[in-house]
Write a protein that binds this ligand. Structure first.
Ligand code: NDP
Length: 235
C-alpha cells in the first residue's frame, strides 16, 4: 500500500484525495495550512481510519512547516511513495494588467508554483525505492495552457504554466529513478474554487488521478501535462 502526502487536504479536491486514498487502504499524510481549522474536516475519517491518517500542519509557502512535516514523516513512516501537490489559490480573477496587484501575483506564485517546488525539495529525499508505484502529481489547470480561454487571469494562468514547465523538467530529472511526474488538469470541479455551476465532481477527478497513480489507465507518456483521465493537455 502507498504512503501518500497530500497538500491542501482539508477541503475540495484535496479532501477527496484523502478520503478515497484511505478507502483504498493507503496511508495518508494530510497537509493542512491551519491545523486547528483544517483538522476539523477529518473528524469522521480519523474515527474510521485512525493510524493510517496523519494530519500535519503544512503551509506550502512556509519552509519551516515543510521541513518539520518531512521530519515527522521520516520518523513515523520511514518514507513516502506519492506526493500530491494539490494546494492552490485563485485570486485577482478578472484584473487587467493596469489594475493587477503585483503582491497578489507574487502570492499566487508562492502557493501555486514555488509551493509544489518546496514540497518536492523537502519530500523527494524520502522517496527511496519501495517496490511501490512512485509518482509526483502536481495539480495544474487548463488555465496553464498558453492559448487558453482565460486571457485576463494573469496570476493563476501564469503560475500554472510555470508549474507545467517545472513538472516537465522534473519528469526528465526523475525518469531514471522510475518516479513518474505529472502536471494534471483536474477538470472544472464543484469546489469552493470552482463554484456550484462546475460540471465535474472532485470525487470523480480524485478517482481518475488514482487510476493514473496505480497505472490502471493508459497515460499519455510524451509530456507530463495531462488531464485526470491520462489524456494529453495542450501546452
Ligand atoms: P479549494 O479552493 O476548494 O481548496 C484549496 C485548498 O488549498 C484548501 O485546502 C486550502 O487550504 C489549500 N491551500 C491554499 N493555500 C495554501 C497554502 N499556502 N498552503 C497549504 N495549503 C493551501 O480548491 P480546489 O479543491 O478546487 O482546487 C484544488 C487544486 O485544483 C488547485 O491546485 C486548483 O488550482 C486546481 N484546479 C481546480 C479547478 C476547479 O475547478 N476547482 C480547476 C482547475 C484546477 P485552506 O482551507 O486552509 O485555505
Amino acid at each position: 500500500m502507498l504512503r501518500i502526502v497530500i497538500t491542501g487536504a482539508n477541503r475540495g479536491l484535496g479532501y477527496q484525495f484523502t478520503k478515497i486514498g484511505l478507502e483504498k487502504g493507503n496511508t495518508i499524510v494530510a497537509g493542512v495550512r491551519v491545523l486547528e481549522e483544517g483538522g476539523k474536516a477529518f473528524r469522521a475519517l480519523k474515527e474510521r481510519f485512525n493510524e493510517r491518517l496523519h494530519i500535519i500542519q503544512l503551509d506550502v509557502t512556509k519552509e519551516s512547516t515543510l521541513s518539520a512535516a518531512a521530519h515527522y514523516v521520516r520518523e513515523t513512516l520511514g518514507g513516502i511513495d506519492v506526493i500530491i501537490n494539490n494546494a492552490g489559490i485563485l485570486v485577482e480573477r478578472d484584473k487587467t494588467i493596469e489594475d493587477l496587484d503585483m503582491r497578489q501575483l507574487i502570492r499566487t506564485f508562492e502557493v501555486n508554483t514555488f509551493g509544489p517546488m518546496r514540497v518536492i525539495r523537502n519530500f523527494l529525499p524520502l522517496m527511496t525505492p519501495s517496490g511501490e508505484q512512485q509518482a509526483i502529481i502536481n495539480i495544474s489547470s487548463e488555465a496553464g495552457t498558453i492559448l487558453n480561454a482565460f486571457p485576463t487571469n494573469y496570476p493563476y494562468s501564469m503560475s500554472k504554466t510555470a508549474l507545467n514547465m517545472f513538472s516537465e523538467r522534473l519528469r526528465e530529472y526523475l525518469k531514471e529513478r522510475g518516479i513518474r511526474v505529472y502536471a494534471v488538469h483536474p477538470g472544472w470541479m464543484k469546489t469552493d474554487m470552482g463554484g456550484e455551476e462546475a460540471p465535474y465532481d472532485p470525487e470523480n477527478t480524485a478517482n481518475g488521478v488514482y487510476n493514473i497513480i496505480e497505472n490502471k489507465v493508459n497515460v499519455y507518456s510524451k509530456i507530463s501535462f495531462i488531464d485526470f483521465n491520462g489524456r494529453p493537455m495542450p501546452l
